[in-house]
Structure formats: structure tokens, C-alpha cells
Design a protein around this ligand. Structure first.
Ligand code: 13P
Length: 245
């Protein structure tokens, strides 16, 4: 079970450190891989606070080259060097606000795998895709184009299904629908890439009240949480809900 927190650009440095310290002070008594994806500026401090705990730390985004003249970029290699375990690739906000393409996600996947970071490949259809019956088409392209040409091993990456219309909207995907898509992603990975052990997470308006409806689905291996992960009360309630479940 994975419970991953995408802090996006919600928290400044001090707020990030305070929230992480509060989380570290709790004993959640949960058999899960907990993860934080902090801002790049707070990354090293959060990593120090989380060291030798059940919390893994990840990058929200990586550049695919290793080093060089790439103003403003931070590579998978540089994140790995400061203790990152995971990296998100192809988050909806990277795709839709910053224009990231499927071919970029493929290079980022490769860069993460090359340095031993576990990429979390985020895929999801827009409202328009959904209305035009193009969900499967969109997900298939995002999945296949991100993975093509890579030497993929079992458990070397994760997939997060995050429908764009469910992110930050307060309108999550229904649990049965998310389960159907997670099952479909798993069958695609098996049939096309011969991978039977890739975890699939759901993300999009997950909170303490609905989290169990996802984590108890057979094909869903965890959740990727945005807004509800950026405050102590809402995030600790969410983890406790899963722990008790
Ligand atoms: P919300 O939980 O705020 O909908 O965000 C989901 C997300 O984008 C996680 O990566």
C-alpha cells in the first residue's frame, strides 16, 4: 500500500518543515509505504527529517539530462544524489500548464530508471476526453508512449491514474470507475510489456472520507494525494483512516 503526498507548490520552506516534523512525531502504525513529494527548495530538509523512517521522498518533476547548461532544471541524477527515492513523471499539471508531451515523459522515465529513482508515471484523461469517449485512447497513448523503448523491470516504476477532471475539483472518480481503469492499466502492462507487478495508484480529490473506498479495491495499490496532504489535520486523518480500515 502506498500513500503519497504531492505537496505541489502549496507550502513554503518553513511550512514544509513544520508539516514534516508534525508527521514524524506521529506513530501511524500502518503497514504502508508513505511518501512525500515536497518542493525542490524544501527537498533536502524534508529528506533529512524523513531519513531512516518509513517515509520515502520524491521529486515532483525531473529534467532528463544529467548535468549541463539547462537553466532552471534539476535532473533525476541530482535528486538521486540528495536522497530521492521516487520521482513523479508526467503529472497533469506538468502536461497541461507546462506543455509536457508524452515524448518528454519517456525521456524522464529513462532518466529516473538510469539513476535508480522509482518513477511514478501519472496518466489521466481530461473532461473533454471523457465526454468524447476518448478516455482509453488517451490513457493508452500516455502509457505506451512513456514506456516505449525502455528496459522495464518488475517493480521498477509505479503508475498513478489521475483523471484531470478529478484533480483539485472535489469531484473524485467513483471507486468502481477508478478500479476499472486500474485493472485496465494492469492488463495493458501485462499484455504489452509483460509486467505483472506494477503498482497502480489513484489520485484526484482523495480525502480522509473517501480514501478507503479506493484502497480497498483489488487493483488499486495506493493513493496520490494533493490538497488533503498539505495540511496536518487532513493528511493525518487520511492515513489513520487507511490504518484503521
Ligand atoms: P488533489 O488531491 O488536490 O485532487 O490532487 C491530486 C494530485 O494532483 C496528486 O498528484
Amino acid at each position: 500500500m502506498y500513500i503519497f503526498a504531492n505537496w505541489k507548490m502549496y507550502l513554503d520552506f518553513d511550512e514544509s518543515c513544520i508539516l514534516m516534523s508534525q508527521l514524524m512525531a506521529e506513530n501511524f502504525d500502518i503497514d504502508a509505504q508513505l511518501g512525500i513529494f515536497p518542493s525542490t527548495l524544501a527537498f533536502s530538509e524534508i529528506e533529512k527529517l524523513a531519513r531512516d523512517t518509513q517515509w520515502g521522498i520524491g521529486a515532483q518533476n525531473v529534467a532528463w539530462v544529467e548535468k549541463g547548461a539547462y537553466t532552471g532544471a534539476v535532473s533525476a541524477h541530482l535528486f538521486k544524489e540528495v536522497g530521492a527515492q521516487y520521482a513523479m513523471v508526467g503529472h497533469s499539471e506538468r502536461r497541461h500548464i507546462f506543455g509536457e508531451k508524452n515524448e518528454d515523459t519517456q525521456k524522464k522515465m529513462q532518466a529516473c530508471l538510469d539513476v535508480g529513482l522509482v518513477p511514478v508515471l501519472c496518466i489521466g484523461e481530461t473532461q473533454e476526453d471523457k465526454e468524447n469517449d476518448k478516455r482509453q485512447y488517451r490513457l493508452k497513448r500516455q502509457l505506451h508512449e512513456a514506456l516505449q523503448g525502455l528496459d522495464l523491470q518488475e517493480e521498477s516504476f509505479l503508475v498513478a491514474y489521475e483523471p484531470v477532471w478529478a484533480i483539485g475539483s472535489g469531484t473524485p472518480c467513483t471507486d468502481t470507475d477508478a478500479e476499472d481503469v486500474a485493472g485496465w492499466i494492469k492488463s495493458e502492462l501485462k499484455d504489452t510489456f509483460n509486467l505483472a507487478n506494477i503498482a497502480v495508484l489513484y489520485g484526484g480529490s482523495v480525502d480522509s472520507k473517501n480514501v478507503l473506498s479506493y484502497t480497498t479495491q483489488p487493483s488499486i495499490d495506493g493513493v496520490l494525494v494533493g490538497g488533503a496532504s498539505a495540511k496536518f489535520d487532513t493528511f493525518s486523518a487520511l492515513i489513520r483512516a487507511v490504518a484503521k480500515g
